[in-house]
Design a protein around this ligand. Sequence first.
Ligand SMILES: NC(=O)c1ccc[n+]([C@@H]2O[C@H](COP(=O)([O-])OP(=O)(O)OC[C@H]3O[C@@H](n4cnc5c(N)ncnc54)[C@H](OP(=O)(O)O)[C@@H]3O)[C@@H](O)[C@H]2O)c1
Length: 283
Amino acid sequence: MNITAETQAIGLLGHPVAHSLSPQMQNAAIAAYGLPYVYLAFDVQPHLLAQGVMGLRGLGFRGANVTVPFKVEIAEFLDGLSEEASLCGAVNTIVNENGRLIGYNTDGEGFLKALESVFDWQPRGQHVLLLGAGGAARAIGAALLQAGVEELFIYNRTPERAIGLASLLGRMGHWRTRAVERPGEAIPYVQLLVNATSVGMDPKTDAIPLNPELLENHLLVADLVYQPQQTRLLREAQRHGCRTMGGLHLLLHQGALSFERWMHRPAPLEEMKRALHTAISNG
Ligand SMILES: NC(=O)c1ccc[n+]([C@@H]2O[C@H](COP(=O)([O-])OP(=O)(O)OC[C@H]3O[C@@H](n4cnc5c(N)ncnc54)[C@H](OP(=O)(O)O)[C@@H]3O)[C@@H](O)[C@H]2O)c1
């Protein structure tokens, strides 16, 4: 990487960020085109978020990614939101558009692209069970419904949040959404099961978000967790004959869409994928 006085920065704002693989993935994409940018991760103390955003603005950053825990509250410091960021109430990408910082969310569209590339699966007319009711569940639920999913079932540890998300998404698009008290209520009717909780994430890798005996071989099973790549949910699903997709596919596709928003050119997916695998194998 050749850093000169012309090099412009792109940041990742989160807390913590040390585990992130986005710097390796985005710098590989930048290098593939030889672009005059550098991508750096910033661990922002939560009480200094406003100053962090002012820094992006004042220093003329091209943009940023936003991760936990700032995806929702960052919106109040930006100059505008894209339609999908307003719909899901969360921002994971900021683009500096002639001095105006605009918030986007690429998680939903990235997830749809990942489903298509791994399963060759189209959401229209399908039924889906979503586990979780946090920020990722909201982005992915909204994207699935917008893409034509016929009915979305939502299960969450805290049932009130599942009810809240089902009613919010249902109102937004007059879509069919239903909170369920047990995942088993929905499984016979769905083609796709999505884990959008953090259950199974390193270090609690033995955890699983539902009773594995509920898994049936007609299901496609997608896990958003990518550390580890093979979660217990995915292993159990494979044991039951299901096709599976790990969270690395979403990480890749949401990152590719962020790159395209900043650079206005196609993301070099192969280089980004290779960088992710190298970063993981280097620990
Ligand atoms: N692959 C990717 O690129 C990508 C992108 C975005 C997110 N993710 C992953 O998706 C997961 C969710 O992210 P998020 O931003 O939505 O987080 P979040 O807003 O904090 O939501 C966390 C969700 O997990 C549930 N949960 C947490 N601990 C649980 C437990 N012990 N038992 C049952 N449920 C539990 C929460 O349920 P309660 O409401 O009951 O607390 C909530 O539904 C994380 O693992 C994140 O790394 C991956």
